[in-house]
Design a protein around this ligand. Structure first.
Ligand code: AHG
Ligand code: MN
Ligand code: MN
Length: 337
């Protein structure tokens, strides 16, 4: 069988965009290279002194693990070197970074990124990931990136995807023409097309939510969870509960097998936990491209939310279309405000 590498694939797909000059292609391949570098260090996280906390608290008020810092640096350097990206907003940094050098200022794109997702799982050898989104800049080419470049609704994404550092490592991305997945072959150091044209099953039998927060959930979510746990042969209930605590890994499993992931608002976190720019939007673009659905649980499509702050959080209901719609029905019925 002939193997198709990530680079071959993205070059081939350039013709999907008749006016493309190869800029997005180059940007995506730089992300692929940075992913390989981060993957190498994730794989040896137990061997060298890069696990554990770096001693900084990031903008979200969480402990920053060393690998978060490492991944953040690697992606920033790689994107700057791509010459196609004029700025980057990262979950790990308070403000966006506008690259100063002339080559980068001529870049047409900006990137938002969660460089290391699921960081609480690093030191216990459980899957973690990277999530990224690419937007065309709004500010003038040749100048520094501006905040408005990053504050675009998710529907404006040009490309988005994630890297999963798991039992094998994968890159999954979309440019708005379906979703494709590539598995890293460590023997040749290349991501190879392994999951062409991924489709989200319309229904599944998995629900993913941190049930430890049950008491704080909206009534609609509590009732939906009861529904998931009830017996009903027609709809294959009770469903199975699966929750890793790394969005990338939970999302990826549900994307392939069918399922729903929910991170709702709670009394203490009225907008949930996950960030619109770095987590919800890229995953929403991927799931919609695969035929699934992503909303805030109150009828608003994630991709239509207009960002007001870089680090804005948003409740997230994402996965198989029928399952998300069912959860929304419960929200509609039991949560009026
Ligand atoms: P990050 O490591 O980038 O801060 O993201 C962690 C996120 C996400 O990956 C996961 O779905 C969620 O936090 C888990 O949160 P809980 O521990 O509250 O369940
Ligand atoms: Mn994250
Ligand atoms: Mn993170």
């Amino acid at each position: 069988m002939v193997v198709k590498t990530l680079n071959e694939f993205i070059i081939e797909r350039q013709s999907d965009f008749p006016y493309a000059k190869g800029e997005l292609t180059r940007l995506l391949s730089h992300i692929g290279v940075a992913a390989k570098v981060v993957n190498r260090d994730v794989n040896k996280a137990g061997l060298v002194d890069i696990i554990g906390e770096a001693g900084n608290i990031n903008i979200q008020g969480e402990d920053q693990k060393k690998l978060d810092v490492f991944a953040d640096e690697k992606f920033i350097l790689s994107l700057q070197a791509s010459a196609e990206c004029c700025g980057i907003a990262s979950e790990e940094n308070e403000d966006f970074i506008a690259f100063e050098d002339e080559i980068a200022r001529n870049g047409k794109y900006v990137v938002t990124i969660d460089p290391l997702d699921g960081s609480s799982n690093i030191d216990v050898n459980v899957s973690i990931g990277t999530i990224f989104a690419i937007y065309r800049r709004l500010s003038e080419v040749g100048h520094k990136a501006e905040k408005r470049d990053f504050m675009q609704e998710g529907a404006k994404q040009v490309a988005a995807g994630y890297i999963l550092y798991g039992s094998s490592s994968m890159m999954v991305y979309t440019t708005g023409r379906g979703v494709n997945g590539f598995t890293l072959d460590p023997s040749i150091g290349e991501f190879c097309l392994s999951h062409p044209d991924i489709k989200s099953p319309a229904s599944g039998i998995i629900y993913s939510i941190n049930e430890g927060n049950y008491i704080k959930f909206p009534e609609g979510v509590k009732k939906y969870l009861k529904y998931c746990q009830e017996k009903d042969e027609q709809t294959n209930r009770p469903y199975s509960s699966r929750y890793i605590g790394s969005l990338v890994a939970d999302f990826h499993r549900n994307l392939l097998k069918g399922g729903i992931f929910i991170y709702p608002k709670t009394d203490s976190s009225p907008n949930g936990k996950l960030r619109l720019l770095y987590e919800a939007n890229p995953m929403a673009f991927v799931i919609e491209q695969a035929g699934g659905r992503a909303t805030d649980g109150k009828g608003t499509r994630i991709l239509d939310v207009i960002p007001e702050k870089l680090h804005q959080r948003v409740p997230l209901y994402i996965g198989s279309r029928n399952m998300v719609e069912k959860a929304e029905e419960f929200m509609e019925k039991f949560c009026k405000n």
